[in-house]
Design a protein around this ligand. Structure first.
Ligand code: EPS
Length: 387
């Protein structure tokens, strides 16, 4: 992969760190390019008390000089403000006091398989890393990828389609202009009526000690045709996008374009017929494929949906087993969120941007961003692509 990133950090440890490799040199960045997305990830109706403690900012420690990338790996960290409340329990070094272990694995979380696999008795050794706190580091890297994509004329957006059983009305033909107000909705839903109903549904669930999942959609505008490849399985962009989105904590499904709905249709109603005009070049009148055919972009907007399960930390815990006594017990109760679908959509934007950034880097090469832009223009000219 041409863009590679890794993260480290525990939810209540000192902080998160990330390294992103592969950005060309000369890309202009401002602190707000990263911090804006970090703040968007913290929003959303249904968040718990933790978000009042954190106020995420990226501290860049490598790969940038005077607001431009150097072509070297970009390193950054995001502090966990909550660490001051957890210092004894999460200190990297031995502490004088005895710290109580957690022995009550939560159904639906990494807890049980994690302690079995890694040979722990304390579930905290697993849950701290499994926590979706880690997604702050992904969003920081994704924001860098988005800055690269913006220079190539690409815009990444997202919105929430459903929370629990409340669905937004279907919206076809959304363009970039439709997303300007999406962050103003407390659930990041484009339909005002559905947004209110989703907020009410989260309030109902919270009062009933329940959590809620939902479905979100990432839409990407301005992509050229031919990113990814049909030639080998690991180059197919749909597979790479699905893996990236599925890797986000609590995801259970990914669809591209009309996704699972396509399986029930006649072939003639499942594809996007091809047209050509001198003004538009090749174009489609529908986008059922979600901008991908044969593992490559078609030039139509990319549409990726993610289905998130309800969060498994419940204030009314499910049945479990005490790891020490093997007696039936209630699962761990921890402070938690009741719904994080709006935040997950922002994380998915980041993961999609990192995959697309990688695909562009493979296609265009470019040690310097100007080389990449020049290669893009040459490619667009060769295929007669009309923006
Ligand atoms: C999480 C539990 C909550 C969330 C956390 C993910 O944290 P805490 O246990 O501190 O209340 O707030 O998400 C974040 C901290 C974040 O930044 O998104 C979990 O168990 O996955």
């Amino acid at each position: 992969m041409a863009l590679r990133f890794t993260t480290a950090g525990e939810s209540h440890g000192p902080g998160l760190v990330a390294i992103l490799e592969g950005l060309p040199a000369g890309l202009e960045l401002e602190p707000d390019d990263i911090d804006r997305d970090l703040a968007r990830r913290q929003l959303g109706h249904g968040r718990g008390g933790r978000m009042k403690i954190e106020s995420d900012r990226a501290i860049v420690t490598a790969g940038l000089r005077h607001g431009r990338t150097l072509g070297s790996p970009v390193a950054l960290r995001v502090e966990n403000r909550d660490y001051s409340n957890w210092e004894e329990r999460m200190n990297p070094w031995p502490v004088a006091a005895e710290v109580a272990e957690v022995h009550l694995p939560r159904p639906g979380h990494a807890d049980l398989a994690g302690v079995q696999k890694y040979g722990f008795t304390d579930v905290r050794n697993v849950l701290e890393r499994a926590s979706a706190r880690e997604t702050a580091a992904r969003v920081a890297c994704g924001a860098l990828a988005k800055a690269y994509l913006r220079r190539l004329g690409v815009e990444v957006q997202s919105h929430v389609l459903s929370i629990g059983g409340v669905e937004a009305p279907s919206m076809n033909g959304l363009g970039p202009e439709n997303f300007s107000g999406v962050d103003a909705s407390p659930v990041r839903c484009l339909d005002a009526g559905a947004s209110d109903a989703m907020v009410a549904e989260i309030d109902r669930a919270r009062k009933a000690n329940e959590s809620l999942g939902g479905v979100y959609e990432v839409r990407v505008f301005g992509l050229v045709p031919g990113l990814g490849s049909h030639i080998s399985w690991e180059e197919r962009l749909d597979g790479r996008l699905a893996a990236a989105v599925m890797s986000i904590q609590a995801m259970k499904g990914v669809g591209i374009g009309d996704g699972f709905e396509l399986a029930a249709r006649d072939g003639s109603a499942a594809h996007d017929e091809i047209f050509w005009s001198p003004e538009r070049g090749f174009f489609r009148e529908t986008n059922r494929a979600g901008g991908l055919e044969g593992g490559m972009t078609t030039g139509e907007p990319l549409v990726v949906r993610g289905a998130m399960k309800p969060l498994p930390t419940l204030t009314k815990p499910l049945r479990s087993v005490d790891l020490a006594t093997k007696e039936p017990a209630q699962a761990l109760r921890e402070r938690t969120d009741s719904c994080t679908v709006p935040a997950a959509a922002v994380v998915a934007e980041a993961m999609v941007a990192l995959v697309l950034g990688s695909a562009y880097r493979e296609k265009l090469g470019g040690d310097h961003i100007d080389d990449a832009v020049a290669a893009l223009r040459a490619y667009e000219e060769r295929i007669g692509w009309v923006r």
